[in-house]
Design a protein around this ligand. Structure first.
Ligand SMILES: Nc1ncnc2c1ncn2[C@@H]1O[C@H](COP(=O)(O)OP(=O)(O)OP(=O)(O)O)[C@@H](O)[C@H]1O
Length: 382
């Protein structure tokens, strides 16, 4: 059934007139693998960056046609723009009317070829070179830290290999509702808007996705969710530096990335790969977080550097990227996470919440929003 549908979709695309006047998109190899599951069809169209606008109506039309097929309830087609080899890096376009704090500096160039999300000022990835280092725990607590700094925050769980944000925010059994048309209402927890790939697609299904499919789904999730105005959208990335992660780093309009590592050598080697991956695609590294950095014995208060504390800080210095801070290994953090109330929410006056807020404000400084955030941060449009 899925194979037949894929063939039909290809035939439909092959018959559609390409808006740039070239041959059809199928024979030009612009269509990624088509993935059909649960009545949903996903794929991406890789188009030259300069023609992305021209292809937008084509994308929508393709979705409309595909959604009319028996056996398909929803089509998700994403445009991905690929820079040609030798093509100059996108020039920061003259955009004098743009808000200064949101477009100035490093991220202006890479974002120019990637359409942003309406109403979402900045997208920040939280990533790790390997799994299990506490990336999701860091992502939710940082998001709450940003909230405490006065920002309007959303979190998007893009960890296809193990979406854990719904569990961490006690939203496991909730389903996002339709907001009319194609739009979905995000869920909400502790004052932040939440969407997770795990709320939409069965985990086993997403596991087998390749990079372009993840990006298709992700782009769709970012754009077809009624986020409202957000200062920051935190994206919890899948761990690792493989195909899916690279494609995401390349194609999601990221303003910056936070890398989470433990102090162990092995984790640091992977963190290094993560830094290189983002740097290669011109996404600024906002900093490294050293998680499970040390352990304070609850009975004696003695400190133990179980994994050899300090590795991430040294690595940050070596790579000339900011160090955002060290989070101890602490039972409270895990217990609160398991309860669905992250530590920043559960113990706002405790030492961990303070460290997370401190990390959030350092990351914010890296985003060049610092000057508007010192008292009661709000994004100022000039
Ligand atoms: N600083 C910490 N102290 C104690 N436990 C922690 C800390 N950080 C994370 N944990 C615990 O470690 C486990 C893994 O954390 P988490 O799910 O955030 O990692 P991850 O890197 O996102 O993993 P995955 O790669 O599986 O998505 C969880 O049980 C979490 O509660």
């Amino acid at each position: 059934m899925a194979e037949e549908l894929k063939a039909t979709i290809k035939a439909i695309l092959g018959d559609m007139k390409a808006p740039d006047g070239g041959g059809d998109v199928v024979s030009r190899g612009m269509v990624s693998d088509i993935f059909v599951a649960d009545g949903k069809a996903f794929f991406s169209l890789t188009v030259p960056a300069k023609d992305a606008d021209k292809f937008e109506p084509f994308r929508k039309e393709a979705e409309r046609y595909i959604e009319q097929l028996d056996g398909i309830t929803k089509a998700m087609v994403a445009l991905t723009a690929e820079k040609q080899a030798g093509e100059p890096a996108s020039k920061p376009s003259p955009i004098p009317a743009q808000p200064k704090s949101l477009t100035a500096g490093r991220d202006a160039a890479p974002r120019a070829t990637k359409p942003g999300i309406p109403n979402v000022d900045k997208i920040v990835a939280v990533a790790s070179g390997k799994g299990g280092v506490g990336k999701s725990t860091t992502a939710v607590n940082l998001a709450l830290g940003f909230r405490d700094l006065g920002l309007k925050v959303g979190i998007l769980d893009a960890d296809i290999y193990g979406p854990s944000i719904p569990r961490l925010l006690d939203l496991k059994d909730k389903k996002p509702q339709s907001a009319g048309g194609r739009l979905l209402k995000p869920l909400e927890a502790y004052g932040i808007k939440v969407m997770s790939i795990g709320l939409l697609v069965a985990e086993e299904t997403a596991m087998v996705w390749r990079g372009p499919m993840v990006v298709s789904a992700l782009n769709q999730m970012m754009r077809e969710v009624e986020w409202g105005h957000l200062d920051l959208l935190v994206v919890d990335m899948p761990p690792g530096t493989g195909d899916a992660q690279l494609t995401m780093a390349q194609q999601v309009p990221l303003a910056g990335a936070v890398i989470v590592s433990t102090p162990q050598d092995l984790s640091l080697i992977d963190a290094r790969r993560g830094i290189t991956m983002f740097q290669k695609v011109d996404v600024p590294i906002l900093g490294i977080v050293e998680n499970m950095s040390y352990f304070i014995a609850p009975d004696t208060g003695a400190r133990y550097d179980i994994f050899g504390h300090g590795g991430a800080e040294a690595e940050a210095a070596k790579r000339e990227v900011p160090f955002l801070g060290a989070m101890p290994l602490d039972m409270h953090i895990r217990v609160r996470s398991d309860e669905g109330v992250p530590i920043v929410q559960a113990e706002p006056d405790g030492p961990h919440a303070e460290i997370y807020r401190d990390m959030a404000s350092r990351a914010l400084a890296g985003l060049e929003m610092g000057e508007t955030s010192s008292v009661s941060p709000s994004i100022v449009f000039e």
